[in-house]
Design a protein around this ligand. Structure first.
Ligand code: NAI
Length: 489
């Protein structure tokens, strides 16, 4: 606590550098700035307490300051151990004060957290006891970790005990169980009280939405959730065009190998995979795609990509990128059979797409740190087919999402689309929650179209207007929405 402000960031002295970047980002985030101009006066988020668990980047800084401009109180943690930009975190903490007397927003995030630190940060961001409240009125989540902690907290408080470590699915789950155990010992009703104050959740990404849908299906979801990911102006932009930009950015900053002519495998051809494949092709890589869904496989084929199984190309691939949100997509055995110095990277949300645990326990394998978030895994000469000799692969961001671990994530303009949806979703929960019963909801289409509209001027887009006759002929209002719900864009 400094100057009354609770926080933990790498270095408050980075605030000035962060502030310069935030200023430039604001210029590239017309949607968020338009929402500030539109709603700053009416303060629709006054009285709300928002806990954010989302990559603490420069773009997120502009989101946080938009939420506060609309009246919200905010506490923040990152949703990934490597994704924080320390200068952005510092600038948000310092606010309009000085590094010695910060008066900004409580942030608990730094680049390179341990898993224990990560869950500590999430817990701190959820703790509003300093304001006389148990918790937030809303969670703004990315991947669902904050939402999960609250729900699991309530469940263990109901049960009166936390499952033993033998129930842990992996090292990270063991940390979550330890966090819950500590909480239960200190306060047997903490999460129950916290959940009672929670009005709803807005979720940023595909993986978090999967978790919410699963929680609702099994009757465990406690509050309404807005699925921001499936706004058209989110998933068809951020997931695709954002990754089209930041995948190659991450590869270049990490290893800087020429991509032209190389064989690049993109596992998964959904929204993220489409952007990744396009950017690799743009660099002249020979891109092949793997898919389980026949529709996405056919789309990839129509775009001219060869669709293969990973096994088909395991000995030819120079770069393997996972974009599936699935688990065990690249196995330890497959990694051992890759070409010498092949690059393995994941851009999906969690680190289980690449079997990191299997890699770590591979007989004789040795890890060499090239630099933070870039590791060479060296196999002994005795590994693999006879005569292969010593060989290695390069794994980025320890298997965690590499565009945020090795680079700075998506650029501002595309995040303005995503975060405008987040702000509108938070305003909906604050002002109009009755329209959203417990369940997982997408925002109405007119709001999706509004987010797109907010970004047209900056690109010099001139929209054609329907005449009343034309609108009548199509059966849509002149001012939209223009498409039926089933339309897929
Ligand atoms: P999506 O559902 O549109 O695409 C995933 C694709 O992977 C699907 O087409 C699915 O059929 C395919 N797939 C699933 N299992 C597979 C397997 N074993 N082998 C090959 N293909 C498989 O999801 P989306 O929106 O593309 O998101 C993918 C992941 O990326 C999620 O974890 C999401 O949270 C994350 N994400 C990451 C971003 C970043 O900045 N790094 C941005 C947006 C999303």
């Amino acid at each position: 606590v400094v100057g009354g402000l609770e926080h933990l960031v790498a270095d408050r002295a980075l605030a000035e550098a962060g502030r310069h970047q935030i200023r430039l980002a604001e210029h590239e985030m017309p949607g968020l700035m338009a929402l500030r101009a539109e709603m700053g006066g009416s303060q629709p988020l006054a009285g709300t307490r928002i806990t954010g668990s989302l990559h603490m980047t420069v773009q997120t800084a502009v989101l946080i300051e938009t939420l506060t401009a609309l009246g919200a109180e905010v506490r923040w943690a990152s949703c990934n151990i490597f994704s924080t930009q320390d200068e952005a975190a510092a600038a948000i903490v310092v606010g309009s004060g000085t590094p010695e007397a910060p008066d900004g927003v409580p942030v608990f995030a730094w680049k390179g957290e341990t898993l224990a630190e990560y869950w500590w940060c999430t817990e701190r961001a959820l703790d509003w006891s300093g304001t006389g409240h148990a918790g937030p009125t809303a969670i703004l989540d990315d991947g669902g970790d904050a939402t999960l902690l609250v729900h699991q907290g309530v469940e263990v408080e109901k049960a009166g005990e936390v499952p033993g470590d033998e129930a842990a699915e992996n090292a990270e789950h063991a940390v979550v169980l330890a966090t819950l155990r500590r909480s239960l010992e200190q306060d047997a009703q903490r999460f129950t009280r916290l959940a009672a104050e929670l009005v709803g959740v807005t979720e940023e990404t595909t993986t978090g939405v999967h978790r919410l849908v699963e929680m609702h299906r099994t009757g465990r979801l406690l509050v309404p959730a807005v699925n921001v990911n499936d706004a058209v102006t989110k998933s068809k932009f951020d997931n695709t065009y954002g990754c089209r930009h930041s995948l190659v950015d991450g590869l270049n900053r990490a290893v800087d190998v020429l991509l032209g002519g190389k064989v690049a495998v993109v596992c998964g051809y959904g929204d993220v995979g489409k952007g990744c494949a396009e950017s690799l092709r743009g660099q002249g890589a020979r891109v092949v795609v793997t898919e389980v869904d026949p529709i996405c496989a056919l789309q990839a084929a129509m775009e001219g990509y060869q669709v293969v199984t990973l096994e088909d190309v395991i000995d030819q691939a120079d770069v393997v990128v996972t974009t599936t949100g699935c688990r065990d997509v690249v196995t330890a055995d497959q990694m051992s059979r890759l070409k010498d110095k092949a690059v393995v990277a994941n851009i999906g949300h969690f680190d289980n797409e690449i079997d990191m645990a299997g890699l770590q326990s591979w007989p004789g394998v040795r890890r060499v740190e090239i630099k933070p978030q870039v590791h060479e895994w060296v196999y002994p000469a005795t590994d693999g087919p006879e005569g292969r000799g010593e060989h290695s692969i390069i794994v980025l961001s320890e298997g965690r999402l590499m565009n945020l671990g090795n680079a700075t994530g998506h650029p501002s303009f595309v995040m303005s689309c995503s975060f405008s949806n987040q702000v509108i979703a938070q305003v909906e929960l604050a002002q109009n929650v009755d329209a959203y019963p417990v369940g997982v909801h997408v925002l109405p289409k007119h709001l999706d179209e509004k987010v797109a509209r907010l970004h047209l001027d900056a690109l010099g887009v001139r929209l054609t207007e329907l005449s009343a006759d034309q609108a009548g002929y199509l059966g849509v209002p002149v001012e939209g929405p223009y498409k039926p719900e089933a339309y897929r864009y």
